[in-house]
Write a protein that binds this ligand. Structure first.
Ligand SMILES: Cc1cc2nc3c(=O)[nH]c(=O)nc-3n(C[C@H](O)[C@H](O)[C@H](O)COP(=O)(O)OP(=O)(O)OC[C@H]3O[C@@H](n4cnc5c(N)ncnc54)[C@H](O)[C@@H]3O)c2cc1C
Length: 516
């Protein structure tokens, strides 16, 4: 690796002793990554420019996959208990007729956590931050990273704060520093732009008294001025008005805003907490890592809000990266394993950002002719197939082969004693086998490991197996035509062995694209 000064600044203090990972930014992505790394025995420092928690409501939606990651982190129950469900989205035409009802899955999904959740982002961040601090991670608030450099062994961040400048050396630096990421800028990485920029004026409102006004999020697809209204969490609601291109952003006074609200909300029963301009983009960073410096969360991708993946995409990044970084730091995987972070996560994210941009452009058009045709087709039940979300697999990598029903995630089951099966599988690799195949577990495991492009020798003696999980997974294995699955620490499927009745297992049984 060549020495490369990514961004320069004068340094008052010499570099300190090194840590394993500097996480830049203490939003949902940075907090989750820091906790997962600390749990794996890594010495982590979090550097966050803001001295206090950001009190603004921003995202509010997250899915069951995020809760599954927070389960690993030890705070999913607290987050789930504080959240409320989002039953779905309604799309209405200019006249107010419901032309598309998009219900969210009720109850638990394949992660065994509720699939559709709302929570005020500052409350979510407060829970995540408490957990990070409970794990003993050093967090430096009020320090801004202004430069990043790297050499063969270390990367160094330079920071400024009210007490001056400082430097921190680490084996790796991960920029979780949001859409205006200084770390991404230091890497000189540009965006791939999906050409969907939505300029919103938003009003956040707290309802006084009965807050049960509307539970679904509603988009009004009026081409003369598209708008949305949705439940953020408990007594919090948000109205959004799309601003036409070139619109000069001005904010009406509070009384005018309150009198313009719908669903029975007015100055009599509501308090306006914030007016803001919010520009949503659909973008993916062209490169997610360079040597010892990586980016995650909004630093690596920006999503329009309709699919609600702003938080979730960053949590997926953190889960994908944490075990790999820890394994590299503990010499369980070669440094090249980190390339799989970008090769797996970027194609997945590109698919979600692309779909999100396509849905947003379809819903929020300013073209009256296009809108009239769209509404007529929707009224006839004709929803464009390419806009229907489907599970997206991770991209190619040497740490996985095979897909399951289009996705890559191994499910989780909730047990009678209110624990979940991930807890039985530990925090490393695990093998799950179909009933009746237990005696062939060693043989199956050898086959599974042999398919991967990366040597897992360091893990091999520690690969977990639990018969309760085998039993609970049996219907799922049968439905996917599988005899055995190798599950990664991030609960993605590393490899599969197909079920072939009465035949000995051979390498030719190993599937790429199982279930297809
Ligand atoms: C108004 C608004 C509404 C939104 N609505 C939705 C929505 O409805 N649905 C949805 O899914 N998403 C929404 N989002 C996006 C969502 O909030 C983000 O996707 C999510 O917060 C990303 O988390 P993150 O941890 O990656 O980044 P962030 O939450 O942006 O956290 C980055 C952190 O890094 C810190 N930081 C920045 N620069 C530096 C530096 N140089 N040094 C040190 N620290 C630094 C910041 O202070 C911040 O704490 C919205 C965003 C906004 C702004």
């Amino acid at each position: 690796m060549t020495s490369k000064l990514l961004f320069s600044a004068s340094v008052a203090n010499p570099p300190l002793d090194h840590v394993d990972v500097v996480v830049v930014g203490f939003g949902p992505t940075g907090a989750t990554l820091a906790a997962l790394l600390a749990q794996r025995g890594c010495r982590v420092v979090v550097i966050e420019s803001s001295p206090t928690l950001n009190p603004d409501p921003r995202a509010s939606f997250f899915d069951g996959d995020s809760l599954r990651v927070w389960q690993q982190m030890g705070c999913a129950d607290e987050i789930s208990a504080a959240s409320i469900p989002l039953p779905g989205l309604h799309f209405r035409n200019t006249k107010g007729d419901l032309v598309l009802d998009w219900p969210m899955p009720a109850g638990a999904g394949s992660s065994s956590w509720p699939a559709s959740n709302l929570l005020h982002q500052p409350e979510l961040e407060a829970i995540l931050r408490r957990r990070v601090q409970d794990l003993g991670v050093e967090v430096r608030l009020g320090e801004r990273v202004v430069a990043v450099s790297q050499g063969d062994e270390f990367a160094t961040v330079l920071t400024t704060s009210t007490t001056g400048t400082a430097a921190q050396r680490a084996r790796f630096v991960v920029g979780c520093d949001g859409g205006s990421s200084a770390v991404r800028a230091a890497l000189a990485v540009g965006w791939e732009d999906f050409d969907c920029t939505l300029r919103w004026r938003l009003a956040d409102v707290e309802i006084i008294g009965d807050s049960d006004l509307l539970d679904v999020t509603t988009a009004v697809m009026d081409p003369s001025g598209p708008s949305m209204v949705g439940h953020l969490a408990h007594n919090r609601y948000r109205w959004l008005w799309l601003q036409s291109p070139g619109h000069d952003q001005t904010f009406p006074d509070d009384d005018e805003v309150l009198s313009s609200l719908t669903h029975g909300v007015s100055a009599q029963n509501a308090r306006l907490t914030r007016q803001a301009a919010y520009v949503a983009h659909a973008r993916v960073a062209k490169q997610w890592a360079s040597g010892r410096v990586l980016i995650a969360g909004d630093a690596a991708h920006l999503l329009p809000p309709l699919l609600g993946q702003g938080i979730g995409a960053g949590i997926r990044d953190a889960a994908n990266l944490a075990w790999k970084l820890a394994a590299v730091l503990h010499s369980e995987l070669p440094t090249e394993a980190l390339c799989t972070y970008e090769s797996e996560r970027k194609p997945h994210t590109r698919a979600i950002v692309g779909l999100s941009a396509a849905i947003s452009s379809y819903v929020f058009t300013w073209d009256a002719v296009v809108a009239t045709e769209r509404d007529a087709r929707l009224a006839a039940g004709d929803v464009p197939l390419e806009l229907i979300p489907v599970p997206v697999p991770l991209g190619e990598s040497s740490l996985r082969v095979g897909e399951l029903g289009g996705g890559s995630e191994f499910p989780q089951w909730r047990m009678e004693n209110d624990t979940r099966t991930d807890e039985l599988l530990g925090d490393g690799f695990a093998v799950v086998v179909a009933p009746g195949s237990g005696s062939r577990r060693t043989e199956l495991l050898a086959l599974l490991l042999g398919t991967l492009g990366m040597d897992l020798t360091a893990w091999q003696t520690n690969i977990a197996h639990d018969e309760t999980v085998d039993r609970l997974a049996a219907p799922w294995l049968a439905a996917n035509g599988l005899t055995a699955v190798l599950v990664r620490p991030d609960r993605m499927v590393a490899g599969v062995v197909a079920a072939v009745a009465s035949e000995p297992v051979s390498p030719s049984e190993l599937l790429v694209g199982a279930g297809s």
